[in-house]
Design a protein around this ligand. Sequence first.
Ligand code: SF4
Length: 113
Amino acid sequence: MITPAGAECPYYFADYHRGRNKQECRLIDRTPDGGKWTPDHCSRCRIPRIAMANACPNLVLEAKARSGLLGLVKRVDVSARCTRSLETVKVPEIGCGLCHLPLNPEVRTEEQD
Ligand code: SF4
């Protein structure tokens, strides 16, 4: 679904059917201590970019809604884990590197020849 910031996000949900006015972030809602989400958070969130760059089924994302001084500046803190390597994934857009290893050196040699 398209977020208020204009990005496709698999965790955004909105329902305006028959007078309803419901918006939610299902990722922040399910993250322990995820904080209070508002639609403003979407404009500063990396999750749509991560979801587009990395579709690994072993990647588990968590997001926490945070607000700066006086609640004016919103941000989303993102963390990621891999259920296969059991490591924290530092760059979720790329992954931990276990499933998606660099090309086999022999394949690389054939392509380069
Ligand atoms: S805050 Fe991030 S994860 Fe949540 S709905 Fe908005 S873009 Fe998606």
